[in-house]
Design a protein around this ligand. Structure first.
Ligand code: IVH
Length: 668
């Protein structure tokens, strides 16, 4: 019969070794199943010999009962926090101050990653874990021993290789691996429970569970980063030696050997290395911690109210932060798209203060499930515009974010586009928010063709408040134009002359210029030819419009809606007063050499725009078509003609160069 005491002892050592290999060294030798079998075997033996059961047995990791409160623990020495520096200059200033404080003596620093977790003080007595406490207010923390025992990276017994004092205390960080954090949040979403903003919150939250069996499931990790009173009791001289002792005791440490720097430049180099490696690390870090290595120099520098003068956190600029959505505003873009903008409580993130974040569109709002009143996670990496990553917690009485019924700029109707687009748009083509784009279109070659009214002019006219709608273009005065960049007498006069000429364009051009949704050049021509007068068109019922051949119900509705808007009515009044032509000239269909022929234009022509050429042949009694078929009489090919030309060649359709076309229509 083997000796049960010996068997139990050997099993415990074996299990502890595997815990160490798995959780501290990250190099397991056996499978999870084999490990579980070892624990089960030990459990059975202990059940048979209850007298041999001890609280530091690996089977006792999840043992404490759920408690409603954590008792207070006074720390042997205050648990300090760290001052932060955010850039090289601040780091150098810290170095200077420390150097001064040490009377100019040389010093070296140790460098560790700043684990993004929550700090914990461990007290071992005679090598056995006696208590574990959170930082609390720095003086007094909470006793979370039962929960901490479930963290397998923390040994319940120390592996004595180095002599350790009767009471051994070390402090470190409890954290969660990124993958476990993400898996936990995914699970939380599935079960509709609370998700955590970052691994730090999840570590802190998990450590303060009332029921240790819940903490046990959270896969917490631990790494030692500082001593309490060890230097005196263990005769150690340097922090790096302390870390080495911890490692020998099988306590997890973040890096070994710990890098040492002799100058700020050394520190900066190591900082950059960590910054580069950060995305690929299995855990989250938010900077590095720089500590003066020699304990006697640490002592000489002492501490301020809360933090040591001998250490500093050199932080990476945070790219994520949490905040609350206080309200939603709507912005209207140049295309009329209405964008919901979340107004949040200002937070520092990625080096700037953020107080509003675009939600992009209402599909995104739905995808995120975000509401006014919710606590959300914000991200701003580098120069990227800030975004909401996800909801952390719904607010009590959170309010839905819905598209506005009317445009916040012009009070026009807001509708979802009928073509499967995600955007909700203000349908008022004359909405001031859309004016810049609208004006450029208004003045473009295929619309009212006002040469000289390009981007720079339009944006200045709007900026200076000279133009508030299309009609204002016709009340511009020379002195207004002279206030624009690079405008002198001649240029102003030319533009005014262009504006004057634009009043005489046919109705079809005016209609195309107004930017009515779904009304391009072709539809504009159809409408103009049918109604001949802007006023007649404006008064047309939807039924009248639907009857127009080639006009589908969507276009009919769009045109009808446009002319019912108050803004449209006002605009028409102003345009009329300015003397803008509202009529479509009667087409004299000429008997000509090309009467009855059909044309297709392809490529770029030098002397006409595509629509000018099409109009020209229409006036001469021919037809302009958009695609080539056997029935096509002529294909006019300009520069860079593509597939239509190929098709014409294939079908044997007569192909004309621009010169030949001009000759045919009798144009020089
Ligand atoms: S040393 C006296 N080292 O950062 C110095 N802290 O902002 C005590 N932390 O409360 C801390 N990684 O929870 C130190 N390598 C590291 C650390 C670290 C993370 C945490 C720690 C501390 C907080 C200070």
């Amino acid at each position: 019969m083997p000796d049960p005491a010996k068997q139990i002892d050997e099993l415990r050592k074996e299990i502890e070794r595997h815990e160490y290999l798995y959780y501290v060294q990250d190099s397991p030798e056996i499978t999870d199943k084999e490990f579980d079998d070892l624990v089960k075997k030990l459990q059975t033996l202990e059940a048979q010999h209850p007298d041999l059961l001890t609280p530091d047995s690996p089977t006792q990791r999840v043992s404490g009962k759920a408690s409603s409160t954590f008792s207070a623990v006074k720390h042997s020495r205050p648990m300090l926090s760290l001052d932060n520096v955010y850039d090289e200059e601040e780091l150098k200033a810290w170095w200077e101050r420390a150097s001064k404080g040490l009377g100019g003596a040389k010093f070296e620093v140790s460098i560790e990653p700043k684990m993004d977790g929550t700090s914990l003080a461990l007290v071992y007595e005679n090598g056995r874990l006696k208590s574990a406490a959170t930082r609390g207010d720095g003086e007094t923390g909470e006793d979370v021993t039962a929960n901490v025992k479930t963290i397998r990276a923390i040994p319940l017994r120390l592996d004595f290789k180095a002599p350790v004092p009767e009471t051994f205390e070390c402090r470190g960080e409890v954290y969660m691996l990124k993958k476990d954090f993400e898996a936990m949040n995914r699970e939380a979403v599935k079960t509709d429970s609370k998700t955590f903003a970052n691994p730090r919150n999840s570590a802190a939250g998990s450590l303060r569970q009332k029921d240790p069996s819940i903490t046990a499931k959270r896969k917490l990790m631990f790494t030692v980063h500082s001593a309490s009173n060890i230097p005196e009791t263990m005769n150690l001289e340097k922090h790096s030696e302390f870390i080495e002792v911890c490692r020998n005791l099988h306590l997890p440490v973040a890096v070994y050997p710990i890098p040492i720097a002799q100058s700020p430049d050394d520190v900066i180099r190591i900082y950059k290395k960590w910054l580069d490696e950060r995305p690929g690390l299995p855990y989250e870090i938010d900077g590095i911690v720089v500590k003066i290595n020699h304990f006697d120099q640490q002592k000489a520098l002492g501490m301020t109210a809360k933090s040591p003068r001998w250490a500093v956190a050199f932080k990476f600029s945070a790219s994520q932060a949490t905040s609350t959505i206080n309200s939603v505003e709507y912005s209207v873009g140049r295309t009329g798209a209405v964008t919901p903008i979340a107004k949040i409580s200002p937070v520092h993130c990625g080096g700037v203060t953020i107080s509003s974040v675009s939600l992009h569109n209402f599909d995104e709002v739905e995808r995120l499930g975000v509401k006014v009143g919710d606590k959300v996670l914000i991200e701003r990496a580098g120069d990227v515009i800030p975004k909401i990553v996800r909801v952390i917690e719904h607010g009590i009485n959170a309010k839905n974010i819905a598209p506005p019924k009317s445009c916040p700029v012009c009070a026009g109707e807001v509708l979802r586009a009928d073509d499967g687009e995600v955007a909700w748009r203000c349908v008022n083509a004359l909405c001031p928010a859309q004016l810049e784009r609208g004006l450029l279109h208004f003045a473009s070659r295929d619309a009212l063709d006002i040469e000289g009214m390009g981007e720079s002019v339009v944006s200045q006219l709007l900026e200076k408040g000279f133009v508030k709608d299309f009609a204002d273009v016709y009340s511009l005065k020379k002195e207004d134009l002279l206030k624009l960049e690079l405008f002198a007498d001649k240029k102003a006069e030319n533009l005014l002359a262009q504006i004057e000429t634009s009043k005489t364009r046919p109705l079809s051009k005016l209609l195309a210029a107004l930017g009515i949704r779904h009304v391009g050049e072709k539809v504009a021509r159809t409408l103009a030819e049918r109604f001949m007068d802007l006023k007649a068109l404006a008064d047309a019922s939807q039924e009248d419009l639907t009857k127009v051949p080639d006009l589908g119900p969507i276009i009919a509705e769009s045109v009808h809606t446009f002319f019912r808007q108050e803004t449209t009515r006002t605009l028409i009044g102003k345009l009329e007063k300015a003397g803008v032509n509202f009529k479509e000239p009667k087409k004299e269909i000429m008997e000509s050499a090309i009467s009855g022929k059909s044309f297709v234009f392809t490529g770029e022509l030098e002397s006409f725009s595509r629509s000018e050429a099409e109009e020209f042949v229409t006036q001469m009694g021919a037809k302009a078509m958009s695609s080539v078929s056997k029935k096509t009489d002529y294909v006019v090919a300009g520069a860079e003609a593509g597939s239509k030309l190929e098709k014409a060649e294939k079908l044997g359709v007569k192909i004309l160069t621009e010169q030949e076309f001009k000759k045919l229509i009798g144009r020089p």
